[in-house]
Write a protein that binds this ligand. Structure first.
Ligand code: IDP
Ligand code: MG
Length: 143
């Protein structure tokens, strides 16, 4: 997901560009303002955390772009493309390490496991919104 700060800062293209150039495939996408109900489902694991309420109000504060990424080791590759949660610790070369400074304004979300990805994708997309296709460069990305 490109969070509301990423949209407001004009970074949608930057985020998609890094992911596409890495070789991962975008197979679904949508811009919307996430509802509080959806946001609470999405971040259910953090309900007891002190930052939960501010996280929900931030993530619902404006348009965000949700999308589904497919490819070899997509979960772990996306986590490293995004960088550590706190941008101070995020590697240079990652989205957060290059473009963010604060944990609460860290531009992007990515699922942290295949199980979370399945759960989160089902919150944001219907099965029919996920579009299977081949990219013409796949034989140059995969051995
Ligand atoms: P992740 O986005 O790297 O998976 P999580 O620990 O799952 O990180 O936290 C979800 C989101 O909640 C973070 O991306 C960040 O926006 C916010 N968050 C996490 N920890 C804090 C905090 O200590 N203060 C403020 N916001 C936080
Ligand atoms: Mg997380």
């Amino acid at each position: 997901m490109v969070k509301p700060d990423g949209v407001q800062r004009g970074l949608i293209g930057e985020v998609f560009s890094r992911i596409e150039k890495r070789g991962l495939k975008i197979v679904a996408m949508r811009m919307n303002v996430i509802s509080p109900d959806t946001a609470k489902k999405h971040y259910a694991e953090h309900v007891q955390k002190p930052f939960f309420n501010s996280l929900i109000s931030f993530i619902t504060s404006g348009p965000s772009v949700s999308f589904v990424v497919e490819g070899k080791n997509a979960v772990s590759v996306m986590r490293s493309v995004n960088g550590s949660t706190n941008p101070v610790n995020a590697a240079t070369g990652s989205i957060r390490g290059d473009l963010a400074l604060d944990t609460g304004r860290n531009i992007v979300h990515a699922s942290d496991s295949v199980e979370s990805a399945q759960r989160e994708i089902a919150i944001h997309f219907k099965e029919s919104e996920i579009v299977p296709y081949s990219r013409i460069d796949e034989s140059w990305i995969y051995e």
